[in-house]
Write a protein that binds this ligand. Structure first.
Ligand SMILES: Cc1cc2nc3c(=O)[nH]c(=O)nc-3n(C[C@H](O)[C@H](O)[C@H](O)COP(=O)(O)OP(=O)(O)OC[C@H]3O[C@@H](n4cnc5c(N)ncnc54)[C@H](O)[C@@H]3O)c2cc1C
Length: 412
């Protein structure tokens, strides 16, 4: 019997793709990542990796680096636009879950994981946009790219995000991303704006009659170490229409929308370097996550609107769980166990994000007053009710596999 290391073709060089490649590579698999865009630094907004995602970064040896390059968040405090405090969640997370939530620039996270993948011997290819997958019995699986090139492997992982092309191979004519009717605006500002407001190591979020404005520290960089975002009903304009506006027009739109809201909201808008605009997308539940030798992970499998702050963390969880199952099991069994284990958890989180998004829609004055009172009552209860989400730790789900030396598998 000839035993050969298995080769993984991984589509998408965002978060889940490079991370699963590193775990597989450490276990002796060959792993190649294909990313549609050129290699770039500094792109994208800010995000928070929750304790469950930080455990995965910890398993990669990257948690301390991300804590140094990001900013630990010690609580999430909610306010009404007039300054009334509605409550706080996510206190003492490090003590309770073993890792703190960490705010960071998406670009920093991407640079760190790409660098780690490079050092681990992962093959990295940029400007390789997957267009088609060929999966024929007794042949390697083949990924075809838009430049006419192709790559062969033993299995393929679709980590190509919310607009996944791999999803169309796995579920032909399946659900497409839909717009949830909310638009996201975001940017970075000097740390001094938050230092003047003395917010401390907290995230603060303010609800208006419609929409929401959040901010917190995201890096030690004095010039751009504060991140902020505004979520608003789209009111008939999509993200592309807003993106077509000048920066000056976008800034004025945000000033008008948040006029009269508590500070430092206006100061953050005024101090922002560049204002980015994103759609707020969601994808209906897929009937299956795998087909033949292809498996979806991260947003490609279960894109969630961003209102639970969990999309990246559950993409990281997927990467560690699928890699460990692939190390322990044959391909089909690994795929089946992965989907049956992961589906209930991620669908619960996707549903939570949808419910949270509802609080940012248009409210009448009375509706907003009732929502604020409900938040004051329910936030303390809701905070405890989310422990199941943050308490996830891959090492307590399945023992860490032996990764010293290459792991060999028979090719099917
Ligand atoms: C405004 C906003 C705020 C968010 N905030 C948070 C937050 O605070 N915390 C959190 O946990 N999550 C947050 N999320 C969600 C989070 O960004 C995603 O869940 C996460 O990025 C998913 O990771 P992924 O690796 O699956 O996909 P991605 O990070 O999207 O990576 C997919 C990659 O695949 C590439 N690709 C796409 N098509 C192809 C193709 N055909 N061929 C090759 N490559 C391809 C893309 O270019 C991309 O690099 C937020 C999302 C948004 C929109």
């Amino acid at each position: 019997m000839i035993r050969t290391p298995r080769k993984a073709l991984i589509i998408g060089g965002g978060i889940a793709g490079p991370v699963i490649a590193i775990f597989l590579r450490k276990a002796g698999f060959d792993a190649a990542v294909y990313e549609a865009w050129p290699y770039a630094t500094g792109i994208g907004g800010g995000l928070q990796i929750a304790p469950n995602g930080m455990h995965v970064l910890g398993a990669l040896g990257l948690a301390d680096e991300m804590i140094c390059r990001g900013a630990v968040c010690e609580s999430f405090d909610f306010y009404a636009r007039n300054g009334n405090r509605l409550g706080a969640i996510n206190r003492n997370m490090k003590e309770r879950f073993g890792q703190p939530p960490v705010n960071m620039r998406r670009a920093t996270l991407n640079e760190v994981v790409i660098d780690k993948a490079w050092c681990a011997g992962v093959e990295l290819y940029f400007e390789k946009r997957l267009v088609r997958i060929e999966d024929r019995a007794d042949q390697p699986i083949i990924a075809h790219f838009d430049d006419g090139s192709s790559a062969e492997g033993d299995f393929l992982i679709g980590a190509d995000g919310v607009h996944s092309t791999v999803r169309q191979h796995v579920v032909p004519d399946g659900p497409r991303p839909f717009d949830t009717g909310l638009i996201g605006f975001g940017g970075f500002a000097p740390r001094a704006v938050l230092e003047d407001a003395a917010i401390g190591p907290r995230m603060e979020a303010t609800f208006g009659r419609s929409g929401f404005f959040g901010y917190g520290y995201c890096s030690p960089d004095p010039a751009a170490g504060a991140m902020w975002w505004s979520t608003q009903p789209s009111r008939g304009l999509d993200a592309a229409s807003y993106r077509a506006m000048s920066q000056q027009a976008l800034r004025q739109h945000l000033r008008d929308f948040h006029a009269g809201w508590r500070e430092p909201i206006r100061r953050l808008i005024d101090a922002a370097d560049t204002i980015g605009v994103t759609d707020t997308l969601d994808v209906a539940t897929l009937p299956n996550w795998s087909r033949g030798r292809t498996m979806l992970i991260g947003d490609a499998a279960h894109a969630t609107s961003p209102h639970a702050g969990q999309g990246a963390s559950i993409a990281l969880e997927d990467a560690v769980r699928l890699s460990r199952l692939l190390i322990e099991e044959e391909l089909r069994a690994a795929f089946e166990k992965f989907e049956s284990e992961r589906r209930p958890r991620v669908e619960r989180i996707v549903a939570l994000a949808r419910r949270n998004g509802g609080n940012k829609r248009e409210f009448s004055a009375t509706g907003a007053w009732i929502r604020d009172r409900m938040m004051q009552l329910l936030l303390p209860l809701g905070a405890k009710g989310m422990d199941w989400m943050y308490a996830y730790n891959p090492d307590s789900v399945m023992p860490r596999p032996e990764t010293s030396g290459p792991h060999y598998r028979q090719v099917a």
